[in-house]
Design a protein around this ligand. Structure first.
Ligand SMILES: Nc1nc2c(ncn2[C@@H]2O[C@H](COP(=O)(O)OP(=O)(O)OP(=O)(O)O)[C@@H](O)[C@H]2O)c(=O)[nH]1
Ligand SMILES: [Mg+2]
Length: 290
């Protein structure tokens, strides 16, 4: 059995796992009181990753949550912010939420329950029964649906909501994600490194699938952004997501063996998971995409 799984079983048998919450934030001063006001009990540490906010995001975060750890990201983009946040985490479990009020911290226990029940990765979904979105536009819903379908075909997954940023996973999953190093300087021409932008969620999802990890979808209700404006551009970021899918598919085809750790290739049920044929709705391990 893969060594980290043993640790996970011990954690869930013994004491509660420690939980690190990673909150990327860019000019979100007006949304933080709502987000921090809804944190459930049992969060071990909160890491706010600031993207050089021009408003009082950092000060407000410190006022609202005095024990907060503030990390300055090393380049730009939500992807780089998350990579910096993951690096700073010390908990058993990492939860990623947005700072704009759209991802509800009160749902965190559902994500943790999916992990302690045996999943490696708990993936939020607005489109599972019980989920919903009060934020997504028709265009984005369509784009998400199309991109989600492409990933499911290419990677043998059963995702229902590819481009949603509310996820949780055991911290030992982080090295498997192979995210761009946080210490690489930003390219002089101002370009974003691959994985630094909003393609991050897709990158994480397909890499988790490529590693044959056990994924459990968790129904989630996305609220509207409370204040301020979105940093996402449906067209340019949608194209980045599409290119990510193609790149990752090619990468996997070129080196299918290297992409899947030996311990995982058996694709049997993982610790605490239902045996084949008993898999609950929303749980899957991907086929390895040909
Ligand atoms: N640190 C940091 N945070 C970012 C950056 N870009 C976005 N964020 C944060 O990432 C979260 C999601 O970004 P949003 O701009 O809300 O994008 P979105 O949720 O995809 O788009 P909407 O649904 O329209 O809100 C928010 O908490 C942002 O503040 C960035 O470059 N750096
Ligand atoms: Mg948002």
């Amino acid at each position: 059995m893969h060594e980290p799984m043993t640790r996970r079983r011990n954690t869930s048998n013994g004491q509660s796992p420690s939980i690190s919450l990673v909150v990327p934030a860019l000019n979100e001063e007006r949304n933080l009181s709502y987000v921090f006001g809804r944190l459930p009990e049992g969060i071990t540490e909160v890491i706010l990753v600031d993207g050089g906010s021009k408003d009082r995001t950092v000060e407000v975060a410190r006022e609202l949550y005095p024990g907060i750890r503030v990390v300055q990201q090393t380049r730009t983009g939500k992807g780089n912010a998350l990579a910096c946040g993951f690096e700073a985490c010390t908990g058993d479990i990492v939860v990623m939420i947005d700072a704009d009020g759209s991802t509800d911290p009160e749902e965190i226990p559902d994500f943790v329950a999916a992990l302690t029940s045996g999943a490696d990765f708990a993936k939020g979904s607005r489109f599972r029964p019980g989920g919903d979105s009060h934020d997504i536009t028709r265009l984005r819903r369509l784009g998400n649906h199309g991109l989600n379908g492409i990933v499911n075909i290419l990677f043998g997954t059963r995702f229902t909501d590819l481009c949603y940023g509310y996820n949780a996973f055991w911290r030992d999953v982080v090295p498997l994600l192979g995210l761009p190093s946080t210490s690489t300087p930003r390219p002089a021409n101002g370009d974003r490194l691959w994985g630094d932008g909003f393609e991050i969620e897709t990158l994480i999802n397909v890499r988790v699938a490529a590693h044959g990890l056990s994924i459990s979808e968790v129904a989630s209700v996305e609220g509207p952004r409370l204040h301020g404006v979105s940093n996402l551009n449906a067209f340019s970021d949608g194209i980045r997501v599409l290119r990510t899918i193609i790149r990752e598919y090619r990468r996997l085809r070129r080196a299918p063996k290297a992409a899947v750790p030996a311990q995982r290739t058996a694709a049997g049920p993982v610790a605490g998971q239902p045996a084949a044929g008993q898999v609950e709705a929303g749980q899957f391990q991907a086929g390895h995409g040909g």
